[in-house]
Design a protein. Sequence first.
Length: 317
Amino acid sequence: MADFNFDTEENIDIETSTEYSEEFNKERENFDSEEILPTQKNEQTGVDYSDPNDVMVTISDLKTPLVILFGPPSCGKTMTLIRLSRYLKKEGYNIEPIRDFRPSNDKYFKEFCDAFPQMINSDEKPRATPNMAFMLVKVSRNGGDPICQILEAPGELYFDPTNTTREYPLYLDIINDSSNKKIFVFLLEPNWLDKPIRDAYVDRIEAYKENIDPNDRVIFLGNKVDTVRSFIKSKGVVNIDNFRDFLSAKDGNGGQYPRVFSLFKEKRPIISWFKPYDCEFVPFSTGTFKENGKFVNSNDNYPKMFWDKICKYIGRR
C-alpha cells in the first residue's frame, strides 16, 4: 500500500461546523423532499419489501471482490458510484446491476435496476436514495469475467446521525460473511455536521472493524474536496497530504475526524517505518450541480485515482 507521507508545508486550523440540529436539517432537506416510494406489497407473494430486513440477498459470485461503499446520508455514495461508472464506461468497461442479488419477484428492485443505465447517462440530479434502494453492480470489460462488484446502499443503514447505534440491516451480515475478498471504502466529507456527530461516525467505523478480515483492504475516500478549494492545486490535482491532515491529523488527535486513520495503523514493526497505515486515502469529487438541476462531471482524474486504488488491491483491471 502507498505510504502516508505526513510532511506538510503548513498547519491548518480546524473549525467545527455549526449546531447539529440546524446542519442536519439542511443535509436532510433534499432527502426528505424527494419522493420516496410507499410501502411495497409484492403482487405475487404479498411480502412487505419496505423493510430491508425482509429482503434476502444472494451473493452468487463468491470469487469476484466486493467493493463496499460505507458512509452516512448525503455523503455522496450514490453519486460516487455514478461518477465512477461514467468514467469506466468511457474507458470501455461495462457496469450493470446484478439482478439475482435480490429476489426475482421484488418489483421495486427490478425497476431500480432498469433505471440504472438512465442514472449513468443522465445529467439530471438523481433522486435521494430511499431505504430500499440498495443494489450490487458488477464491472467487467470486453465481455470478460467480472473485475469487481460494488455495493451501494442508503447512508442511514450505515450511520444514522439521529440514531448512532442503529443496528445494521441483515443483508449486510450476508455480505460480510461471504468468502469474497472485500474492499471497504469509508467516505469522509469535509465540514460535515458538527464534531460530536463526526466523532460518533469514527466510533461507528471502529466498531465495524470486526467485520474486516486481515485479507480485506480499506480505502478512505475524501469526498467533496471541491468544497474546500484551498486544497486544489489545479483541475483534478489536489494537495493530498494537506487535505488528508485536514480530515484527520497525523498524530491522531486533530482534524475533523480525529484518529480515524489511526484505527488502521500498520502493526508490523518493520513495514510501519515506511507504511504507517494499513489503508489508502483518495481525494474525490463527483462534480457540480448547476442551478438548472444539470450535473457537470468532475475532472476524470478523481475517478481515475479511485479506480487505480481499487485495481491495485484487486490485482487486475
